[in-house]
Design a protein around this ligand. Structure first.
Ligand code: RIB
Ligand code: CA
Length: 327
């Protein structure tokens, strides 16, 4: 049976890949998508969510609009320099598609969790604002979900916003802290694995040789590759952060090392704001059980899995919607 998931995303370039993968994979039942601020503003993120499900030929998947900024009301900071002004590497069609549902992304999580108790994996790949809001609206939510998987944090790897903080956590540490301290089984797919699961020009060539969906994905990766070349790798390749979280959260990729440990998020002011502190002290003993631990921290997974994600998208053929760019 396909794994039911809800995907919550701040749709920039890698989120687009994650939605495509989830919407196209036969072993994933993508029930709904929620947008959240983060890589781009909420208008742009929502438009990109709608566009991506339609591009995949899955326009029936509901898309709910989510939070526009951090849960504490502080100012939102976006990452247009990473994802382009349109969140699509400045290569999007510029054509809006579809409409959101009337409920919010947080309400959508609750509605679906109540409809399918203990069956849904909630996969959050942007700031965790919607998830924390859902938790505050419905404190019994942890008992209604199968689990929560996030793309976020760094257990041993350096951060990508500050020395120690990853973007999705750093964007809204208070929301992330609520997600980490809830009682659901939490899987953290952080920079420890997403920084070493990368896409290169051979993956882009495979996408470009596919139908219009693959070609679109190859096009929008161009800008993303340039960012990673300058900021991280010194050569043309990129991470695919969010699709890796989908693969692990949906059970399609079994991590090679993922101990269940105590973990928390640093909140408050100071240089470690947004750090994920994971108790890895058991590493020399094969990670013995820790009292009260609920966070499965993915420390090792197969980097070659990137080609599976690329294959699903490249083989999807042509989109039912027009993907040419508006001039
Ligand atoms: O740190 C990487 C994460 O931040 C990814 O989810 C990316 O899309 C951004 O949201
Ligand atoms: Ca994201």
């Amino acid at each position: 049976m396909a794994q039911k998931i809800i995907l919550d995303c701040d749709t920039g370039v890698d989120d687009t890949m994650a939605i495509l993968y989830a919407a196209l994979h036969p072993e994933i039942d993508l029930l709904a998508v929620g947008s959240v601020w983060g890589n781009v503003d909420i208008e742009t993120a929502t438009r990109n969510c709608l566009h991506t499900v339609a591009m995949a030929g899955r326009a029936e998947i509901p898309v709910a609009r989510g939070a526009a900024g951090p849960i504490d009301g502080s100012d939102a900071v976006f990452a247009y320099h990473v994802h382009g002004d349109d969140g699509q590497g400045n290569a999007g069609t510029g054509r809006p598609v579809g409409e959101t549902v009337e409920w919010t992304a947080a309400e959508q999580i609750i509605r679906l969790a109540k409809r399918h108790p203990k069956e849904i994996e909630l996969i959050a790949v942007g700031p965790m604002t919607n998830v924390a809001l859902a938790l505050s609206l419905c404190p019994e939510l942890p008992s209604l979900l199968k689990g929560v998987t996030i793309m976020g944090g760094a257990a041993g790897a350096p951060g990508n916003v500050t020395e120690v903080a990853e973007a999705n956590i750093h964007s809204d540490p208070e929301a992330a802290a609520a997600v980490f301290s809830a009682t659901w089984p939490l899987t953290m797919v952080g920079l420890d694995v997403t920084m070493i699961t990368t896409l290169d020009d051979s993956h882009r060539a495979t996408l470009a040789a596919g139908g219009s969906i693959g070609q679109y994905m190859a096009d929008i990766l161009d800008f993303y590759f340039s960012f990673f070349e300058a900021a991280a790798f010194g050569e043309r390749r990129s991470c695919m952060h969010d699709a890796l979280a989908v693969a692990i959260g949906a059970g399609l990729l079994e991590p090679e090392l993922a101990p269940i440990v105590n973990a928390y998020v640093v909140t408050g002011a100071g240089p470690t704001r947004g750090q994920t502190v994971c108790d890895l002290r058991g590493m020399y003993m094969g990670y013995p059980e820790q009292h009260g631990a609920t966070t499965r921290v993915v420390l090792k997974s197969d980097p070659a899995f990137a080609k599976d994600v690329v294959r699903v998208i490249a083989e999807a053929g042509d989109s039912p919607i027009d993907l040419t760019r508006v001039r």
